[in-house]
Design a protein around this ligand. Structure first.
Ligand SMILES: Nc1ncnc2c1ncn2[C@@H]1O[C@H](COP(=O)(O)OP(=O)(O)O)[C@@H](O)[C@H]1O
Ligand SMILES: [Mg+2]
Length: 399
């Protein structure tokens, strides 16, 4: 069928043609923001889930929902290796500059920009990646102690006062939050806690891999009082059907029920895979409706594309020993697996594998659902590992 009109959108962060199954969590977020606006307590959301389940596109949609309701939104992606204050400072400046022209909020917005100047100039000693324009000179004593936790609290408090004056909320959307280092995460949670105690409308909406929940709890034990951690997962069959059928029908085409079923079976409802399967089934079909045979014929191409894009980018970042570790996990099945079983598969002592396991956790490849358990953060990664490293050579010569 016409490739120009192919509606499917596989790709990290690519908005899907139909954002299926996420209405409840969107409504929950909207409610939280409206409560914050009137000074009521509300828990913000941390979207947690595996790779490719749609956290980024959901976070972006929530941000659009909020902007449409006159909430001031800023967005940050936490890449590995950059400091949180460096990413926050320019975005908070933008929020303050947007608040400044609102007559009632001008005074506190200017105070906020002064606080930002103090914050950035002092913390630059510790986090030399901070780069932000100064609109005002710092005011002595305003967020300029040089200690992240205290200074960020003061800065967010100023932002919150300005937002309150303007009858809005400043919502900071942070993707890949699991990459933020623990002390910085602790400072952020503590600053938000202070805002919440003062009933100020500032919040963070986050997204990250499943380990984020534990990380935040370790950073500050009261994190669970400030945030809910809804699990973003695969779509159920009804939602997955919507994700496939609606975009096809919107193009005045159709797809057979059996074909949809087969796609759901192949993808287990994982959004990234749904987009890839939908795209290839559409491509291969010569005419509407898309049939079961079309989906069958799309199999090889779809898997090859997924291997080359979704899976491969993760695989290429691994050292040989890390690959071996993941291949051993794959041999045991989809998981989660006990660390001892993985070690046994590799003929090694569990303790000697600790550093490899830690590196894999830091790279966001695996996580620990419960103590001593290890699971992939990428759905169906076990099958990929077996495709890319078939046979037994991965075991190495000494086993
Ligand atoms: N609710 C959904 N319905 C249909 N497709 C979705 C949905 N959420 C995400 N997708 C698709 O899944 C893919 C991965 O989304 P993304 O937000 O990058 O995942 P994550 O951030 O969890 O890794 C994208 O191609 C996107 O279009
Ligand atoms: Mg993402």
């Amino acid at each position: 069928m016409d490739p120009i009109r192919n509606p499917f959108a596989p790709g990290a962060g690519s908005p899907p043609p139909e954002l299926a199954g996420r209405d409840t969590v969107r409504q929950k977020m909207a409610l939280c923001l409206e409560r914050l606006r009137i000074g009521r307590p509300a828990k913000s959301l941390m979207l947690v889930g595996l790779r490719g389940v749609g956290k980024t596109v959901l976070l972006d949609q929530m941000m659009k929902d909020a902007s449409a309701n006159d909430i001031i939104t800023v967005r940050i992606e936490a890449p590995e290796g950059r400091s949180l204050p460096a990413m926050l400072a320019p975005q908070l400046r933008l929020a303050l500059l947007r608040l400044k022209p609102v007559a009632k909020a001008t005074h506190h917005a200017i105070q906020g920009l002064k606080a930002l100047a103090g914050f950035a100039s002092k913390l630059k000693l510790t986090y030399n990646d901070i780069e932000v324009g100064f609109d005002y000179d710092p005011e002595p004593g305003l967020a300029d102690n040089g200690d992240l936790e205290g200074d960020l609290s003061m800065l967010l408090e100023q932002v919150g006062l300005a937002a309150k004056d303007a009858n809005t909320v400043v919502a900071i959307y942070i993707d890949e939050l699991q990459y933020v280092k623990e002390p910085q995460l602790a400072a952020l949670i503590s600053a938000l806690h202070r805002c919440s105690q003062k009933q100020l409308p500032v919040t963070v909406v986050g997204a990250g891999l499943p380990q984020l929940r534990g990380k935040m709890g370790e950073a500050k034990s009261y994190a669970e009082r400030l945030f809910e951690f809804p699990e973003i997962g695969p779509l159920n069959p009804e939602e997955a059907t919507d994700a496939i059928v609606k975009p096809v029908r919107d193009e005045a085409a159709d797809i057979e029920a059996g074909a949809v079923e087969l796609i759901i079976q192949q993808t287990k409802g994982y959004p990234y895979f749904l987009q890839e399967w939908g795209k290839h089934a559409w491509e291969i079909a010569s005419q509407s409706p898309i049939t079961v045979t079309d989906v069958e014929n799309a199999h090889a191409e779809t898997i090859a594309t997924l291997d080359e894009s979704f899976f491969r980018v993760r695989f290429d970042r691994l050292t040989p020993t890390e690959k071996q570790y993941l291949r051993a996990m794959a041999d045991l099945g989809p998981g989660p697996h006990r660390s001892g079983d993985i070690a046994a598969a590799l003929n090694r002592e569990t303790s000697s594998l600790g550093p490899i396991r830690n590196n894999l956790i830091n790279k966001g490849m695996i996580w620990s659902p419960t103590h001593g358990d290890t699971a992939f953060t990428v759905p169906l990664f076990d099958e990929f590992m077996k495709r890319i490293l078939p046979g037994q050579e991965w075991k190495g010569a000494d086993s």
